[in-house]
Design a protein around this ligand. Structure first.
Ligand code: AMP
Ligand code: GLY
Length: 426
């Protein structure tokens, strides 16, 4: 098979690493990729939103399978763009079409979908400029804290938790009247705050069947003890110790099945990953958000625990034969720790040389590149999240200890990371 993978993060390095191990993978291309994906296949010099270059490449290079890593091309319709072309009528795309990608692309659509299919979630209302005053009154009597969400994609920054009424109304004004997140915040979802513990659950669906992948928990705050601003993710663990059989069954019955069936009922074709961001409150799951792709850095612990051949999985998905697949997982715990550039998630510098990447002990650990590139034969930093170090262990504690030991072998100017990933479970 000739495979093209879109994206350039740690998620894509983990996917490329796994795809390249498959005997079914003849050629692997990554656009644009990073210095890590270059070790698994051939990096291409166009980006994930360059739909025309992607299509031309797929036609010219006879690509059989295209995997879309990040959400933006999905929400903007890459899948429809390719599959509607007669020259690509046989291509298999992993990633939903534009209509179904609204599960991630519009918070209001996602909430409406949850309501229509009785999927447990926080109560909410949506507002635009037209009912702005009604929104202000709604907020004035709402319990605190309250959650404000820009409807559209806002690079992971569109969710604001407000502690008091003054703050909530000011934020509401910024989003709707002052376009704080541009087009994305023209519509705002105001949502009840849920207390609990978060977990990320993933499935691969073919629109009819689904397979459940290992669950994960990510650590979003920049600082140890979950302090400071939100980031793309500073680390992750899998499995999640409290996710026992009873809880996972509940999640499947109350959330996953109604979602896959709901998509089918609404005629939304879906072949790809669904990421369920859940809050567990009193042992009950509540949907926080859908993503129409895998998470990053969750993929960097989920994929290392997946024993199945990934190309076989994707092929089964494209043929609507996921019912024939049994997922096999590594019983060990995997943890990943993300190394970031000083200043992130605010401003940070790039192009620092990264040293020591080849010294990782491959017995228990894997280094996945995130924001890296090659310059003059050297691997240099090219983003805020630079790389992550995944390790296997007998327990969360064990896996984290190994990652902490291994990550010390790597260095670049201003490198920072959290030493307390998985702290609740130690
Ligand atoms: P989202 O982009 O929807 O995942 O939101 C980002 C983060 O905001 C989530 O991972 C949660 O930590 C938090 N969050 C979102 N919605 C709620 C809610 N209703 N209650 C509490 N926290 C929330
Ligand atoms: N780590 C969260 C995400 O990928 O959205």
């Amino acid at each position: 098979m000739r495979i093209l993978l879109l994206g350039s993060g740690g998620r894509e390095h983990a996917l490329a690493f796994k795809l390249s191990q498959s005997p079914l993978c003849d050629s692997l291309f990554i656009a644009p990729g990073n210095a890590g994906t270059a070790q698994c296949g051939t990096n291409l010099d166009f980006g994930v939103l360059d739909f025309d270059s992607i299509k031309t490449f797929c036609v010219d290079e006879k690509i059989d399978l295209l995997i879309v890593g990040p959400e933006e091309p999905l929400v903007k319709g890459i899948t429809d763009h390719l599959t509607s072309d007669p020259a690509l009528k046989n291509i298999q795309v992993i990633g939903p079409g534009k209509d179904a990608a609204r599960l991630e692309g519009s918070k209001a659509f996602a909430k409406g979908f949850m309501m229509r299919h009785n999927i447990p979630t926080a109560s909410y209302k949506e507002f635009t400029l037209e009912n702005y005053q009604e929104g202000v009154s709604y907020l004035q009597t709402h319990s605190m804290p309250v959650v404000l969400k820009a409807d559209g994609l806002a690079a992971g920054k569109g969710v604001v938790i407000c502690e008091n009424h003054l703050e909530a109304i000011a934020e509401f004004d910024l989003m709707i009247q002052r376009a704080k997140f541009g087009e994305a915040s023209k519509r705002v979802v105001v949502e009840q705050f849920l207390n609990g513990i978060e977990i990320s659950v993933f499935v691969l669906t073919d629109g009819k069947n689904y397979v459940l992948l290992p669950e994960a928990k990510d650590y979003k705050r920049i600082g140890e003890g979950d302090a400071g601003p939100n980031t793309g993710g500073m680390g992750a663990i899998s499995p999640v110790p409290f996710a026992d059989k009873t809880l996972m069954k509940k999640i499947e019955q109350k959330v996953i099945k109604p979602t896959v069936e709901g998509l089918k009922m609404e005629g939304l074709e879906y072949c790809g990953f669904i990421f369920f961001g859940l809050m567990i409150t009193d042992n009950e799951p509540y949907m926080i958000e859908y993503n129409c792709r895998m998470g990053d850095p969750e993929t960097e612990v989920v994929i290392p625990r997946l024993k199945n051949d990934l190309v076989e999985l994707f092929t089964a998905a494209a043929k609507q034969q996921l019912d024939k697949i049994t997922i096999e997982t590594d019983a060990r715990t995997a943890c990943t720790i993300v190394a970031v550039s000083g200043g992130y998630p605010g401003e940070y510098k790039k192009e620092y040389e990264i040293k020591g990447m080849n010294e990782i002990n491959p017995a228990d650990s894997i280094l996945f590149h995130m924001g890296t590139t090659v310059q003059g034969g050297k691997v240099v930093t090219n983003g805020g999240r630079v790389f992550c170090l995944t390790s296997y262990g007998k327990s969360v504690f064990d896996a984290v200890e190994i990652s902490k030991e291994e990550i010390e072998k790597v260095s670049f100017t201003g490198m920072e990371y959290r030493r307390d990933i998985g702290f609740e479970f130690n």
